[in-house]
Unconditional design. Structure first.
Length: 660
């Protein structure tokens, strides 16, 4: 009769035989470290070293044969027979699931009924099931047991993955062989080993055939002009091509754009006549903010007349205008002030708006006379600016922009973040910046002005910054119109966004490294990941015949990077990857599909995602398993032999260093 666990006496015998075999084999292998009882607990071993040694033993059946032949511990015939059976083990990944109150292990088309040691296996692994578990199964005391170590793999169970596993379980329960006891196991283990060797050989042959086909050019495609270039050469070539394309298209008419913002009438600089050109609602808002009468019975002229002395008496009005500028606008506005408040720019030949002062109500007005644009600071504002501490305001403008940039980058990296976490990250990035009130003013002000790409949501308990796509999702769920520039301040229950926060729970948030502190910087950082470069190289070498050699690859990569950042990891995501490439004219055949799929999955696994709180799946895997992950140049996970030198450069063997 089978039980959930071994008896206490059976467990004592199992551990004595297992540990005795491990200690002896450790000496024979000349392995690093000393496998001995813990210095403070005479009956305890270094668990990591014990596991590593047992993995070595069960990977080499000859060690078990030598142990049985030499019997170094003077075991009885029955004990030697129990150890001898351990030449037959089955190791690797198993899908573990519950069925009819039993916990079954599934692998290689078979189901294994596994007894626990001191505790039931279910209690050791914990729920929920199904889950993927790495362990070693072996026979003992008439049953199938595991070798005392079982690691749950951090596999994301998306809908597609779960459907696939559920289907495999259903099929296995209908037709798979059940390995119930030790006798079944001893009979099956050699067959499993033989099947695995055969499958590996078949896979190697298939891979070789596919590699040979994939080395040929994809039909309808050609090796692009960027193939073989260094990163710097490639970037220069792409930039040159972009300039050519822009020159061929209709140029930006900077003069026509500026004309739209010109003040009507002759060039002048008195504040009263200038603010009289503003809309009445604007003047009423200014009057209200300054505590002046602003009722509808007042005319625009009356409002303007009352505002001029009030503005002159309140220097903070001008200071507030300065602090609404971006750093670039501030620099050009300061240059305008230092030029006595007037700058003339010929309309003819104007190609760019870069470096021109910002045209802002109250602060700067624009005129066009005789083919000349004139930027003018009102006289009264000029007098107020004489007492301004320009360096102080420059720092404020800088830190306001940094506030918005950090929130922008965080929402791009994590999707959603609390106000408190965003401020903590801001201070970590910029310890010399201003306080929480200044951060709030900068982050909220950017959203109000409409140049931030995040939304602000208040659920009544906490304020959140959310990526604009999540803001649109929030609007959709709450029946709020999705305008091109929607109100960034939203109130209500978070709805499905709560699911994203739950997914992030327990995952330490990723911080913003240098060069990631604005969304455009973060995007460039993503583009430089080795896995992205590997796919870029592949696409450069397989450009559709009707595509632009210089622009095709980057267009595909940028679309993929944006989509992968959302963290979709199921079958629908893979379909979307190929749809994105198909939209750009790339259609792989079967021979190229496998290589391309590997590159796509390497790239997806290397991409920081929202659900992982800003970490890439590969990085999170390393965190959860406690093992550092190393990568090949193409971004794939590097397989390091346990006895090879550790890639970290410590000089130790991998199994004694990062592979512990």
């Amino acid at each position: 009769m089978l039980y959930d666990t071994l008896s206490y006496a059976e467990c004592e015998q199992f551990y004595a035989l297992r540990d005795g075999l491990a200690v002896t084999a450790h000496k024979w292998l000349g392995a690093d470290g000393r496998l001995q009882p813990h210095p403070d607990e005479s009956e305890l071993f270094d668990e990591a070293l014990l596991r590593d040694t047992l993995d070595e033993v069960f990977a080499q059946p000859a060690i078990v044969e030598r142990f049985v032949a030499e019997n170094p511990l003077g075991l009885s015939a029955d004990e030697l027979a129990a150890v001898a059976a351990w030449k037959n083990v089955i190791s690797g990944m198993f899908v573990v699931f519950e069925h009819a109150s039993a916990l079954l292990f599934m692998a290689d088309g078979r189901l294994y009924h596994v007894a626990g040691l001191l505790e039931p296996v279910k209690a050791v692994l914990g729920g929920p099931f199904p889950k993927v578990v790495q362990t070693v199964l072996l026979p003992f005391a008439g049953r199938v047991v595991y070798y005392g170590f079982a690691a749950s793999m951090p596999v994301q169970m998306g809908d597609g993955m779960r459907r696939m596993i559920d289907e495999s379980i259903t099929n296995a329960l209908k037709s798979a062989e059940h390995v119930v006891d030790a006798a079944d196991f001893i009979e099956v283990a050699p067959l499993v080993a033989e099947e695995r060797v055969k499958r590996e050989a078949e896979r190697m042959i298939e891979d070789l055939e596919m590699d040979m086909k994939a080395s040929q050019q994809l039909p309808g495609h050609h090796a692009g002009a960027l193939v073989g270039m260094s990163a710097a050469e490639r970037e220069a070539a792409v930039r040159a091509r972009v300039r050519e394309v822009m020159a061929e298209s209709a140029p930006f008419d900077a003069a026509a754009h500026l004309k739209q913002g010109c003040t009507k009438g002759r060039l002048r600089s008195d504040l009263a006549s200038l603010i009289a050109t503003e809309k009445k609602a604007t003047l009423q808002n200014w009057a209200q903010s300054l505590g002046l009468p602003y009722g509808g019975q007042l005319t625009k002229a009356q409002l303007a007349d009352s505002l001029v002395p009030a503005i002159q008496a309140h220097d903070e009005v001008v200071s507030a205008g300065l602090e609404k500028m971006t750093p670039g606008e501030f620099a050009s506005y300061r240059a305008l002030y230092e030029s006595a408040g007037v700058r003339h720019v010929p309309a003819e030949g104007l190609r760019s708006l870069k470096g021109l002062p910002p045209v802002m109500a109250l602060m700067c007005y624009l005129f066009l006379e005789d083919g000349m644009f004139s930027f003018v600071i009102p006289d009264e504002v000029m007098r107020a600016l004489h007492s301004v501490d320009w360096d102080y305001h420059e720092r404020v403008v800088r830190d306001f922009r940094r506030s918005a940039d950090v929130v922008d980058a965080l929402t791009s990296l994590r999707g959603i973040v609390t106000f408190d976490d965003a401020y903590d990250e801001f201070i970590r990035c910029y310890p010399d910046a201003f306080d929480e009130a200044g951060f709030r003013e900068g982050a909220f002000g950017a959203a109000e002005e409409g140049y931030a790409v995040y939304d602000i949501i208040d659920d009544g308990n906490q304020v959140y910054f959310a990526h604009y796509d999540l803001g649109n999702q929030f609007r959709s769920e709450h029946g709020v119109a999705q305008d091109p520039f929607p109100d960034p301040f939203l109130k209500g229950d978070l709805g499905s966004l709560r699911g994203l926060l739950n997914a992030q729970e327990g995952k330490h948030p990723r911080g913003l490294d240098e060069g990631m502190r604005a969304s455009d910087e973060l995007f460039e950082w993503r583009l430089k990941l080795p896995a992205v470069a590997a796919l870029r190289d592949y696409l450069d070498a397989h450009v559709p015949d009707d595509a632009d050699d210089y622009l095709f690859t980057d267009a595909v990569i940028e679309d993929l990077v944006e989509y992968m950042s959302y963290g979709m990891m199921d079958a629908s995501a893979v379909r979307t990857y190929f749809e994105i490439m198909g939209d750009h004219g790339f259609m792989p055949d079967e021979a190229h599909m496998r290589r391309l799929l590997d590159l796509l999955m390497n790239m997806s696994n290397a991409m920081p995602t929202w659900s992982n709180n800003g970490w890439a799946p590969n990085e999170l895997h390393g965190t959860l398993t406690g093992q550092k992950v190393f990568y090949n140049e193409d971004g794939s996970v590097r397989k390091v032999g346990r006895n090879e030198p550790c890639p970290c450069g410590s000089g130790k063997k991998y199994k004694r260093c990062c592979g512990r």
